[in-house]
Design a protein around this ligand. Structure first.
Ligand SMILES: [Zn+2]
Length: 486
C-alpha cells in the first residue's frame, strides 16, 4: 500500500500513540508542524555519497536538522515517517518542460488544461517537486501556477516563463505553426524597444524567467529567421534590470554564439553541432548553465522501438487515448519511411541527420561536463515519446555521457534548482532548505532506474497525494482556470 494511503502514525520509536489517516491531510487538513523522517539512506543532492540511517527533522515545512538515527523516541506530538527501507532524496527540479502540451509527435495534438493536470500529476508521481514551463500564454500559465500553489496536492511547484520570444517567423513557429503566435504562446519581436517593453510587461505579469527561441535553421535544415544580436542583447539587458534570468532555446552552433555574445544566463539545450574548446571555455567562465535535454532529441527515433511503454498503466494514465493512438500511428509510419522521420514534428527531417545530430549532442554534452560546465535537469517533455513522469530517461543519458549516477542525481536536484536560481531553497537536503523530498525504493545512486520507484513525495513538508486529484478537485481546478482566463 502506498504510504500516502497508510495510517499516519505518531508512534515514536516504540511507543504507539495515535493514528490519523494521512488522507485527511491530503484533503486539506492542517499538516503537522513537526515531522521526523527516519531514512534508511539519504542522498542530499550535492553529489556527496549517500548517508545511512539518519533522521531528518522538519518544522513548518523547513528542514531543521539531519542527524544520525540513534533510535531515540521522538518528542510528544511529533509525527514520524518510517523510511528505514527507502532512500530519501530531494525532489527533482525539472527546469525545462511544457505543461499544456500533449506528448504526441504533432505539437498540436491533445494540448490544453486537461492535459496540464495530467502532466502535473505524472511529474509528481515521477519524483519531480518543482517544474518550469518554458513557453505558454502568460495568463494561462500563471493561472495554472496559482491553482497548483504549493503543498496543496495538486502538483509540483510551478515556475513559468510565459511566451517564447522570437524573430518574425522564427523558431519555434516553423514547427508549431502560426497558431502558437495567435495564442500568444510565441511572440515575434523585431525591435529592441519592443523587446524591452515586452520584458517589462512579462515581469509585471509575474513570470519567473524569460524564454527566447533562437535557431537559424529548422530541424529539417531549412533556413530560419533568427533574432538579431541587437534585439537579443536588449532582452537580456532589460531582463537583468528586472532581476529576471534569460533562458534561450539554443541547440546549434550559431545560436550558441549569439546567446554567448549577449550574456544569456541559461542555454536550454545541448548543442547539435560540434562545439570547440574556446566556446566551452566561455560557457565555464561566464558561469552559464546548460540543460542538455538529451532524451527529447532521441525519443522520436527511440520511441517506435519501445511501443510496449504505451501499454504501461502509468503511460495510459498520463496520455489520452487520442495521443496514444497518434503515437501508434507515428510508429507504424516510421516502419515504412526509411529515409525521413514521419512528418509530424516537421516534414522532411532526414533520419540520418537526426541520428547524427543526436550523437553530436551527446559528444558536446560529454565535453561540456568534462570541462566543468554546470548542468541542470530539463526534459522538454512532453513531446514525441518523451512525456512527463520519466525524468529517469534523461538521467540515464547523462550517465551515457560520463556522469556517475550520483552526479546525474545532483543535476536533477541541485542542478535544476540552480537553473531557477533557487539553489539556496530547494534541490538540496540541508538545514534551512524547504522540505521538498521524495522517498524511493532501492538505491538510485547505484542504479538510476530506482529513481522511478517513488514511494512518496513531500512538498514544503506536506505529503502529496500521488493518486492525483479527485473529480471534485479537478472541477474546482477547471473553474479556477476558467475564472482566471476571463
Ligand atoms: Zn522546450
Amino acid at each position: 500500500m502506498p504510504l500516502w494511503k497508510m495510517p499516519f502514525t505518531t508512534k515514536l520509536l516504540g511507543s504507539a500513540v495515535v493514528v490519523l489517516p494521512l488522507l485527511t491531510l491530503a484533503c486539506g487538513a492542517t499538516p503537522p508542524r513537526q515531522l521526523l523522517i527516519r531514512a534508511g539512506r539519504l542522498i542530499d543532492g550535492t553529489g556527496a555519497a549517500a548517508q545511512s540511517n539518519v533522521v531528518v527533522s522538519i518544522e513548518d515545512g523547513l528542514i531543521r536538522s539531519i542527524l544520525p538515527d540513534k533510535n531515540e523516541p521522538a518528542p510528544a506530538g511529533v509525527h514520524v515517517i518510517d523510511a528505514r527501507t527507502l532512500t530519501v532524496m530531494p525532489g527533482m527540479v525539472n527546469a525545462h518542460a511544457h505543461l499544456f502540451s500533449g506528448g504526441g509527435c504533432d505539437p498540436g495534438i491533445g494540448t490544453g488544461p486537461s492535459q496540464a493536470f495530467r502532466n502535473l500529476h505524472a511529474a509528481l508521481r515521477g519524483g519531480v517537486t518543482s517544474i518550469a514551463d518554458l513557453g505558454a500564454p502568460v495568463e494561462f500559465v500563471t493561472a495554472l501556477r496559482r491553482h497548483v500553489g504549493t503543498g496543496r496536492h495538486r502538483g509540483p511547484r510551478v515556475f513559468v516563463s510565459g511566451p517564447v520570444l522570437t524573430a518574425k517567423d522564427g523558431y519555434p513557429i516553423d514547427f508549431m505553426g502560426r497558431e502558437a503566435v495567435e495564442q500568444a504562446a510565441v511572440i515575434e519581436i523585431q525591435t529592441p524597444m519592443r523587446a524591452r517593453a515586452l520584458v517589462r510587461d512579462l515581469d509585471k505579469a509575474g513570470v519567473d524567467l524569460i524564454k527566447v527561441g533562437l535557431q537559424e535553421r529548422s530541424y529539417n535544415g531549412e533556413p530560419l529567421n533568427m533574432m538579431s544580436e541587437e534585439v537579443l542583447c536588449a532582452i537580456v539587458d532589460e531582463a537583468h534590470q528586472q532581476e529576471l534570468r534569460v533562458v534561450v532555446h539554443a541547440a546549434t552552433r550559431a545560436s550558441y554564439d549569439l546567446a554567448l555574445a549577449c550574456g544569456v544566463d541559461i542555454l536550454g539545450h545541448g548543442c547539435l553541432d560540434p562545439i570547440d574548446d574556446a566556446t566551452i571555455e566561455k560557457i565555464v567562465q561566464k558561469d552559464i548553465l546548460v540543460m542538455p535535454t538529451l532524451f527529447v532529441f532521441e525519443s522520436p527515433l527511440w520511441g517506435p522501438a519501445h511501443l510496449e511503454r504505451l501499454d504501461e498503466p502509468e503511460t495510459q494514465r498520463t496520455l489520452t487515448p487520442e495521443i496514444i493512438a497518434h503515437l501508434r500511428q507515428y510508429a507504424a509510419e516510421d516502419k515504412t519511411s526509411y529515409e525521413v522521420l514521419p512528418p509530424y514534428l516537421q516534414t522532411g527531417i532526414s533520419r540520418e541527420d537526426a541520428r547524427k545530430g543526436y550523437e553530436t549532442l551527446l559528444e558536446s554534452t560529454r565535453r561540456m561536463h568534462a570541462a566543468g560546465v554546470k548542468l541542470g535537469l530539463g526534459t522538454d517533455a512532453p513531446v514525441c515519446f518523451n512525456w512527463h513522469g520519466s525524468p529517469v530517461q534523461e538521467l540515464k543519458r547523462l550517465e551515457d555521457v560520463g556522469l556517475t549516477p550520483l552526479q546525474a542525481l545532483s543535476v536533477a536536484t541541485r542542478g535544476g534548482a540552480q537553473i531557477l536560481n533557487l539553489q539556496d531553497a530547494i534541490g538540496t537536503l540541508a538545514v534551512g532548505y524547504r522540505a521538498d523530498l521524495i522517498a524511493v525504493a532501492g538505491k538510485p545512486d547505484i542504479d538510476l532506474d530506482d529513481v522511478s520507484h517513488v514511494e512518496w513525495s513531500m512538498i514544503d513538508g506536506v505529503m502529496q497525494n500521488l493518486d492525483g486529484p479527485t473529480l471534485g478537485e479537478q472541477v474546482a481546478g477547471f473553474s479556477r482556470l476558467a475564472w482566471a482566463w476571463l
